[in-house]
Write a protein that binds this ligand. Structure first.
Ligand SMILES: *Cc1c(COP(=O)(O)O)cnc(C)c1O
Length: 362
């Protein structure tokens, strides 16, 4: 047998949210609503969809791997240099590239837990150890995370707001943490949900890049921009860090359609605003409903809520699936008693509330 690298024995498969197709087939349903993967319920920006159609004539051409138009658009929006930007086939690939560029066998990486599983996956697959700090649904103190850093630490992963809890760190907390972290440790700040954050003290992290050359700000087009299916993510960091990333970046990973749609999406502030407004209203409705049923709802800065259901969380997830409503059970995140619900359109939220009510009564 061809033996895989020994590091692979420590890895478990990524557990994605269930797909609409899967649930439709299993329960023989016509209509299925998915509130499980934090996708934009309004879909992609109509401008992005138009841009996508327009490039259909040039599918035979390779994309430009250096994506100058997209990178310029990002640089302009955030006021950073183009040489400070890297893009990837989703930010998942950016995490993977960070692993290839910076994590060595025998190193370690630290991260708040529970959190997005890809950080640990990348760490282990590069032969390093992952040290998770925190447990349950409480917010991990960044002081505790800083204390876990030692001379073998290469990357500190902080997801803000955090997936799956929705909890966030303020600019003051982040700055205090950055001051404590040694300059040779990359701080991977995952801001996949930053555009949804409404807290006035949520960090303006790109402004911190000049002060902290080890800061790495990760963003994505998958969430508020509604382009999860096209796969495009981007990140901003110091020029030295970005240069190292380009060396290991697959040359044509961000395809043409993704590039043009991302540029259009970035410019569609109307769609972003509509999404944000609908999200804020949905958080209120769903939080009140779950609290009304007696469940604890964590306060969120994302486009999802994390709800403590208790021992029967899995049962609720199964019940909802059988009725054509997909939410995310959080056992694979280490929170077996919680569920994560993506904020949907008003009618989707109402349907969810009606189904939960049915389950609670039954
Ligand atoms: C969804 C998500 C991503 C993945 O984004 P892609 O750009 O679709 O790969 C990254 N980080 C977090 C925390 C996420 O929840």
């Amino acid at each position: 047998m061809v033996e895989p690298r020994p590091e692979l024995s420590k890895l478990s498969d990524y557990v994605p949210g269930k797909s609409i197709e899967e649930i439709r087939e299993r329960f023989g349903l016509d209509k299925v609503v998915k509130l499980a993967s934090n996708e934009n319920p309004l879909g992609a920006s109509p401008k992005a969809v138009a841009a996508f159609h327009e490039i259909a004539d040039s599918l035979h051409l390779y994309p430009r791997g250096d994506a100058p138009k997209l990178i310029n658009a990002i640089a302009k929006k955030f006021g950073v240099k183009t040489s400070q930007i890297i893009i990837g086939n989703g930010s998942d690939e950016i995490i993977d590239m960070v692993g290839k560029a910076f994590i060595r066998q025998g190193d370690n990486c630290v991260g708040i837990t529970p959190t997005f599983s890809v950080y640990k996956f990348t760490t282990l697959s590069n032969g390093a150890d992952f040290v998770g700090v925190g447990a349950g649904d409480a917010k991990t103190s960044l002081d505790d995370l800083a204390s876990a850093i030692n001379d073998k630490t290469r990357v500190a992963f902080v997801c803000n707001p955090n997936n799956p809890t929705g909890l966030y760190y303020s600019e003051e907390e982040l700055r205090a943490f950055l001051k404590k972290v040694p300059a040779n440790v990359l701080v991977f700040l995952d801001e996949a949900y930053a555009e949804f954050a409404t807290a006035p003290d949520y960090p303006d992290s790109t402004k911190l890049l000049a002060e902290f050359p080890n800061l790495f700000v990760n963003r994505t087009f998958s969430k508020i921009y509604g382009l999860a299916g096209l796969r495009v993510g981007y990140a901003m960091a110091s020029e030295d860090v970005v240069r190292a990333m380009w060396k290991i970046k697959p040359p044509f990973d961000v395809n043409q359609a993704a590039q043009v749609a991302a540029i259009a999406a970035l410019g569609d502030t109307e769609h972003v605003e509509a999404t944000r407004a609908m999200n804020a209203a949905g958080i209120k409705v769903l939080t009140a409903a779950f609290e009304g049923f007696g469940f604890k709802v964590l306060s969120t800065q994302g486009n999802f809520i994390c709800v403590h259901i208790g021992d029967l969380a899995k049962d609720l997830v199964n019940f909802l699936e059988s009725k054509g409503m997909i939410v995310r059970g959080l056992a694979s995140f280490g929170l077996p008693e919680h569920i994560r619900v993506t904020i949907g359109k008003p009618e989707e939220n109402e349907l969810l509330v009606a189904l939960v009510k049915q389950w609670v009564k039954g």
